[in-house]
Design a protein around this ligand. Structure first.
Ligand SMILES: Cc1cc2nc3c(=O)[nH]c(=O)nc-3n(C[C@H](O)[C@H](O)[C@H](O)COP(=O)(O)OP(=O)(O)OC[C@H]3O[C@@H](n4cnc5c(N)ncnc54)[C@H](O)[C@@H]3O)c2cc1C
Length: 459
C-alpha cells in the first residue's frame, strides 16, 4: 500500500484507454482519490481509433459478405452496397455510447476526469495542460502511465491521410478504395485486407516473408491465405516496400526487389510506436527501452511509485491485456494483491484475428512445444463435422486443443473458423483454471452449437 498510513492515496493516471480507465475505476472503488487525465476521448485509442472502429467496419463487411453468399442460405441474390456516410455515423454512434458509459462509470466512482494532457514536472508532480488552455499542478502519491501507442510511420513515405493512409485514416475513408495496397501482413494488415475486400476493393498485400502472419502456426496462416486468394487478393510475397509515391490519381509502391504496384490508395500496417514523448519521463527518472516504459512483473517502472500499463509498457498490445494490467496495478497500489499470485500471466492471454474465417488462440502453441521438445497431445476436429457449421452454411476451419498427455491438463488451443474469437473463451478458461480435457468433454453443452466442437476436440 502506498501513501501515508491512514491518509487517502492520491493517484494520477495519464491516458484514458482501457488500461487507464480500468485502473481508475478499481483504484477509486478501493478508496483512492483518483485524477484521470485524457486528452482525446475516455476509452482511448481503443474506442476512438483502433480496436472498436476496426471491428465495427469488419462487422459491416461481414454482413455484406454474408448477404453476397445468400444463395447458400436459400435466399435470392442480394447485392448490398456500402454507404460511407452511414458507416461513419455507425462508427461515431458506437464510439459515443462506449465512451459515454465509461465516463459515467468513472464519475460514479468519484474519479475526477481532466480533459487535457499530462506530463511530469518532477517524480511526484504532474502538470495537467487542460484542453481549455488552463494549467494545473497536481501532487500524487502514485502515478500510472497509460498513454498507449500510435501507428509507426517509416521515413520512406509521407502519410497524407488521403491516398497514403495509416489504419487511423480509414474509419471510413472518404471513398472506398478501388485498389488498396496494404503494406504489412501482421494481424492489423490482414484484418484491413479482409475489411476492404469485403467492401469490394481490389487488394494487394505486400508480405515481407513467405507467409502472412509471420510467427503464426503455418497451418493457420495457410487457411487465411487460401481465403485471400479465393477472394482475389494479390499476395506479393518476399517483398518489402521501400517507397510510396502519390501519382495523379493513385499511388505507386516500390519494393526492395524491384517490383512495383500501382493502386488507388496505400495503407500502412507496419506496427506501432509508444506515446512516451512529451511525458517528461526524464524529469521523473523513468527508464525506457525503445520508448516503452520498462516494467517489472507488478507493472512498476524503474521508479517505485510510478507504474505503466497498456501499449506503453511494451507487453502484449491488446486491449484485454491493458485492462488486466490496469486492474492489477489498482489492486497492488491499494493493498488488495496477493504478491506473486496477482501478476498478469501474458502467456495465457487469448487473442484473435478478425478475418474470415476468424483465427484465435490461447496458451501454448504447437510450434513452441515442438521447439522446446515438450511432449504434448494434440487433438483436432474440422468445422465440417459440426451440424451448426452446416446450418450456418460455413464449414471452413478447425479446432485444435493441446494438452498434457500425462495429466490431461489443457495447455493451449487454436481455432480457425466462424466465431473463433468467441469460441476460444472456453479453451482460455480451461487454460487459466488448469482444467483438463475431461473437464471440457464432461460439459453438457447446447446442441446444435459450434461450441460442441470444442468438447469433440477435447475427447
Ligand atoms: C487497428 C487496430 C486494431 C486493434 N484491434 C484490437 C482488438 O481487436 N482487440 C484487442 O484486444 N486489441 C486490439 N488492438 C490493440 C488495442 O487497441 C490496444 O492494445 C489498446 O488500445 C491499448 O490500450 P491503452 O490503454 O494502452 O491505450 P490507448 O487505447 O492507446 O489509449 C491511450 C490514451 O492516452 C491518451 N494520451 C496519450 N498521451 C497523453 C497525455 N500526455 N496526456 C493525456 N492523455 C494522453 C490518448 O489520447 C489515448 O486516448 C488494436 C490495435 C489497432 C492499431
Amino acid at each position: 500500500m502506498t501513501g501515508t498510513l491512514g491518509a487517502v492515496t492520491k493517484i494520477v493516471i495519464i491516458g484514458g484507454g482501457p488500461a487507464g480507465t480500468t485502473c481508475a475505476t478499481y483504484a477509486a472503488r478501493f478508496g483512492a482519490e483518483v485524477v484521470l487525465i485524457e486528452d482525446q476521448i475516455i476509452g482511448g485509442a481503443a474506442h476512438l481509433l483502433d480496436c472498436v472502429p476496426s471491428k465495427a467496419m469488419i462487422a459491416t463487411g461481414g454482413a455484406m459478405a454474408f448477404l453476397q453468399r445468400s444463395e447458400g442460405m436459400g435466399l435470392e441474390d442480394v447485392d448490398p452496397r456500402i454507404d460511407p456516410a452511414a458507416l461513419g455515423l455507425r462508427l461515431s454512434g458506437i464510439r459515443n455510447r462506449l465512451s459515454g458509459s465509461s465516463s459515467s462509470l468513472l464519475e460514479s466512482q468519484g474519479v475526477r476526469i481532466i480533459d487535457g494532457r499530462g506530463s511530469f514536472i518532477d517524480p511526484h508532480t504532474v502538470l495537467a495542460n487542460h484542453n481549455d488552455g488552463t494549467v494545473e499542478e497536481i501532487q500524487a502519491d502514485v502515478v500510472v502511465l497509460s498513454t498507449g501507442s500510435r501507428p509507426r510511420i517509416p521515413d520512406w513515405c509521407e502519410v497524407d491521410a488521403n491516398r497514403i493512409l495509416t489504419t487511423r485514416d480509414a474509419y471510413p475513408p472518404d471513398e472506398i478504395p478501388e485498389h488498396l495496397v496494404v503494406v504489412g501482413s501482421g494481424v492489423t494488415g490482414v484484418e484491413f485486407v479482409h475489411m476492404f475486400t469485403s467492401f469490394g476493393s481490389k487488394v494487394t498485400l505486400i508480405v515481407s516473408r513467405q507467409q502472412v502472419l509471420p510467427g503464426k502456426d503455418p497451418e493457420v496462416a495457410a487457411v487465411l491465405e487460401a481465403d485471400f486468394l479465393n477472394r482475389g487478393v494479390n499476395l506479393l510475397k518476399g517483398a518489402r516496400a521501400t517507397t510510396i509515391e502519390v501519382e495523379d490519381d493513385g499511388v505507386l509502391v516500390l519494393c526492395d526487389d524491384g517490383r512495383k504496384v500501382q493502386g488507388s490508395h496505400a495503407l500502412l500496417a507496419i506496427g506501432s510506436v509508444p506515446n512516451s514523448d512529451g511525458l517528461g519521463l526524464d524529469k521523473a527518472g523513468i527508464e525506457t527501452e525503445w520508448g516503452y516504459v520498462t516494467i517489472d512483473d507488478d507493472c512498476r517502472s524503474s521508479v517505485a511509485h510510478i507504474y505503466a500499463a497498456g501499449d506503453l509498457s511494451g507487453k502484449l498490445p491488446l486491449s484485454s491485456v491493458a485492462s488486466m494490467q490496469g486492474r492489477k496495478i489498482a489492486e497492488t497500489i491499494m493493498g488488495r494483491a496477493t504478491h506473486g499470485a496477482n501478476r498478469v500471466d501474458y502467456d495465457k492471454a487469448a487473442s484473435a484475428i478478425f478475418t474470415e474465417p476468424e483465427i484465435a488462440d490461447v496458451g501454448l502453441a504447437e510450434a513452441d512445444a515442438f521447439a522446446e521438445g515438450r511432449k504434448i497431445r494434440v487433438t483436432k476436429v474440422p468445422f465440417a463435422t459440426s451440424a451448426k457449421a452446416l446450418i450456418n452454411d460455413d464449414s471452413r476451419g478447425f479446432i485444435k486443443i493441446l494438452s498434457d498427455p500425462a495429466t490431461g491438463e489443457v495447455l493451449g488451443g487454436s481455432i480457425v473458423g466462424r466465431h473463433a474469437a468467441e469460441l476460444i473463451s472456453v479453451i482460455a478458461l480451461a487454460v487459466t483454471a488448469s482444467l483438463t480435457v475431461r473437464d471440457i468433454y464432461d460439459s453438457l453443452l447446447v446442441h446444435p452449437t459450434l461450441a460442441e466442437l470444442i468438447t469433440d476436440a477435447a475427447e
